[in-house]
Design a binder for this molecule. Structure first.
Ligand SMILES: Nc1ncnc2c1ncn2[C@@H]1O[C@H](COP(=O)(O)OP(=O)(O)O)[C@@H](O)[C@H]1O
Ligand SMILES: [Mg+2]
Length: 305
């Protein structure tokens, strides 16, 4: 059995259907990304899993626990908006979080220092949280989420709202963390999901539209492409027509033309045509490139409408 099984989850707020009918599993030891645009229902799903919000219908079942049993002690949760007490020091805050999960003072102190070391906050542990950077606050929040050695760590948009440096640091930390934990995190940014996760759930308007391993998604959606960038958009049109007349059909966005192929063999044949055309009229050509469509195309398609 998976670590968590979610079946038929539904949540309405009055007339608003935030989560329609969602079922998925979380595999132990995997890092799962819950990906979707703003308002898709990510936070609602995570809040229900974290036990902070009752579902309108459906079940969440943890391995080894009866259906509907209280699983909150198995979970660590970092909300989208972390409420930290600015007047406390980092160490005081994490120690308090430990005591709230039932540790006695010495055990909470030990665990707090261990996590603060792990997340590289020793130098700031006796300073007030109010003076921390965004990235440091997220790391203190993460200490809080890990304090009870949870079997599932739930993180709601952990890197959004951080500057590029803070984001990079936290992503690297999460990469380390995922080797020893089961993580479920939400994001609206595909590259973050690609970088961290084994499994991807894409949610749109309260429903899951894609549930797949990252490897399977890649295999399914990546296609060889040829891209040609020209000086201006006007020339792109005539390039498209010339090549289409030879059976190589592409599309353009601004001054960049893209030809997408089903197989590498088809791509090589198409590329030969594009390169030959470019060699015969090189003026206005800025770049020709062979590559792969990215998951970004798939993601945009999946969340459009
Ligand atoms: N407490 C609430 N009351 C009313 N509507 C809510 C509440 N929480 C969320 N919603 C609505 O539910 C939908 C999903 O919200 P949310 O789960 O926060 O999406 P996401 O985290 O993907 O941005 C949105 O339309 C949002 O406005
Ligand atoms: Mg949210």
């Amino acid at each position: 059995m998976a670590l968590v099984e979610v079946r038929g989850l539904r949540k309405t707020f009055g007339p608003v259907v935030a989560v329609a009918d969602v079922s998925f599993e979380i595999k132990e030891g995997h890092c799962t990304a819950l990906l979707g645009p703003n308002g898709a229902g990510k936070s609602t799903i995570l809040n229900i899993l974290a036990g902070l919000l009752p579902a309108t219908a459906g079940t969440v079942r943890f391995e080894g626990l009866a259906e509907g049993a209280d699983h909150r002690s198995l979970i660590g949760y970092l909300p989208q908006q972390v409420a930290l007490f600015g007047w406390m020091t980092g160490l005081e805050y994490v120690r308090m979080a430990g005591e709230l999960t039932g540790l006695d003072r010495p055990a909470a102190d030990l665990r707090a220092r261990e996590l603060i070391g792990l997340l590289g906050l020793e130098a700031a542990q006796n300073r007030r949280i109010g003076g921390y950077s965004g990235g440091m606050k997220q790391r203190i929040g993460l200490c809080q989420a890990l304090v009870n050695r949870p079997r599932l760590v739930i993180l709601d948009e952990p890197v959004s709202g951080l500057d590029p440096v803070g984001r990079r640091e936290l992503l690297d930390l999460l990469k380390q963390l995922k080797s020893e934990s089961t993580i479920l995190f939400s994001t609206h940014v595909l590259p973050d999901a690609e970088e961290l996760s084994d499994d991807i759930l894409i949610v749109r308007a309260g429903a899951i539209v894609i549930d797949s391993s990252l490897t399977a998604l890649r295999a399914r959606y990546e296609r060889p492409i040829v891209e040609l960038e020209l000086d201006d958009e006007a020339t792109a049109g005539s390039w498209l027509e010339t090549l289409a007349s030879r059976g190589v059909k592409g599309e353009h966005r601004g001054a960049v033309i893209r030809w997408k192929f089903e197989t590498s063999a088809a791509m090589r044949a198409g590329a030969a045509d594009v390169y030959a055309s470019a060699a015969s009229r090189p003026e206005g050509v800025r770049r020709i490139e062979l590559g792969q469509t990215s998951l970004e195309d798939m993601f945009l398609e999946a969340v459009r409408q």
